[in-house]
Design a protein around this ligand. Structure first.
Ligand code: FAD
Length: 404
């Protein structure tokens, strides 16, 4: 017999756990399953701090069992295919499950194969990435021991999760070298596939001032395509001043790589996907545009917000309310998601520019602090306040400043 649930949630990351908890805060009437294959749940936003020597990596991981909300069935497996016309999903082992409401919260795919030679050399030869669990410790090892030479930081084409994270790695490295007195011996380069430093213009002057302060050489429309770790060579496809594509080779002593990112394959190949592979949702209600009993939350869906845990904090309660209303039928659908996301840019140790914005780059500051300036209060928020807000509020259904 087919196992049936009122709710099936695919993914036990920030989005999946937060929505489950937000539903359970409102009602215990429904049978909920979370499908999640991994044993460990990570607080990814702190990995930038780990790479800058400002946070203990062990504190970013908790057992999946620990974060699963009481009253939910944890199905420890990977979802493989969606059959939305039959209200069913199939797991990797072939088991089928049926649902009344499906919530897709499977995150995004880090495409390590998208850069030739990268997988073979990650974690050695001075090649690192804060995006891989555990490797932020290697970032810190490299940065802390660096006494001079060429340091490159890369950013792939958008969208990526936490679009500020590639430059945050640069800022904290430079801040470390400035403090230890070796910055003058370091040749710093930032290569981004994007045409500008940050997608929201209001924040660019402050960020640019920090890039200048650290004497970083900025390379726009410069996309890392290949790494030879042993030879310490990085290859970029760069659009030059005439608009032509050039292949540029750079030697490095250390390189921080942000991998190309895309929708997970099993979503991309499913009927739920839009043309780019993301779960195709209405940008304000987060309900699927075709299937009314399906929702998307977090990094895996199509809304053009900044893909961050901060965005999940606002999305989860809306998805919880809307899906409960869908089950009750006839109730109104909340369309209040404004695209809020936040990116705390750690421009130096002890200072953060807290970029909070919604669709179209509209500033949405939470606190009455000048939003485009670096502040020590925002560092405190990032280092000390946001981690407990994540573990004890977001994952537990306490919707602090996020109730719809
Ligand atoms: P995730 O939390 O990644 O969870 C997805 C889950 O789905 C995972 O547990 C995965 O195992 C599971 N899954 C995958 N495939 C399947 C499948 N087939 N079946 C079932 N389950 C599956 N955000 C901020 O707000 N602020 C920051 O400062 C910040 N900095 C960041 C820095 C770095 C280096 C990184 C990597 C991320 C950062 N983020 C930050 C982004 C933030 O962590 C993500 O946006 C957030 O975790 C998204 O939540 P999610 O649930 O969509 O995805």
């Amino acid at each position: 017999m087919l196992n049936s649930y009122d709710y099936i949630i695919v993914g036990g990351g920030a989005g999946g756990i937060a929505v489950a908890s937000s539903i359970l805060k409102r009602t215990k009437d429904y049978k909920i399953a979370i499908i999640e294959p991994m044993d460990v749940h990570y607080y990814q936003p702190a990995w930038t701090l780990v790479g800058g020597g400002a946070f203990n990596y062990d504190k970013t991981a908790r057992s999946m069992e620990h974060v699963m909300p009481a009253g939910v069935d944890w199905i420890k497996a990977a979802a493989a295919t969606f059959e939305p016309d039959d209200n069913q999903i199939t797991l990797a082992d072939g088991q089928k499950l049926s649902y009344k409401i499906l919530i897709v919260a499977a995150g995004l795919k880090l495409n390590w194969d998208g850069v030739e030679g990268l997988k073979e050399t990650l974690g050695k030869n001075g090649v690192t990435s804060n995006y891989l669990p555990g490797l932020s410790r290697y970032t810190w090892e490299l940065v802390n021991e660096f006494v001079g030479g060429k340091a490159i930081f890369t950013q792939p084409p958008m969208p990526i999760k936490c679009a500020g994270a590639p430059q945050k790695a640069l800022y904290l490295s430079c801040s470390t070298w400035r403090k230890s007195g070796v910055l003058n011996e370091v040749d710093v380069e930032f290569h981004t596939a994007t045409p500008g430093l940050f997608g929201v213009a209001d924040f660019v002057p402050t960020l640019m001032a920090y890039m200048n302060k650290y004497n970083a050489d900025l390379n726009f429309q410069s996309n890392l395509v290949k790494i030879n770790g042993e030879a310490k060579l990085a290859t970029f496809k760069q659009i030059n001043g005439d608009g032509n594509e050039e292949i540029i080779e750079k030697s490095f002593d250390m390189i921080h790589v942000t991998p190309p990112q895309c929708a997970p394959d099993f979503i991309k190949s499913s009927p739920l996907a839009d043309g780019n592979g993301w779960v195709d949702v209405d940008h304000n209600s987060l309900r699927h545009v075709k299937y009314e009993n399906i929702y998307g939350v977090g990094d895996c869906m199509s809304a053009p917000n900044a893909k961050t845990a901060a965005a999940v904090r606002k999305q989860a309660p809306i998805v919880a309310c809307n899906s409960i209303n869908s089950l009750k039928k006839g109730h109104e659908i909340d369309k209040s998601y404004t695209g809020y996301g936040a990116c705390p840019l750690t421009v130096e140790h002890g200072k953060v520019v807290l970029a909070e914005f919604g669709y179209g780059g509209k500033l949405e500051p939470t606190f009455p602090i000048e939003p485009t300036k670096a502040s020590s209060l925002n560092w405190l928020l990032k280092e000390k306040i946001m981690p407990p807000v994540y573990w004890k509020m977001l994952l537990k259904g306490h919707e602090w400043l996020a109730k719809p």
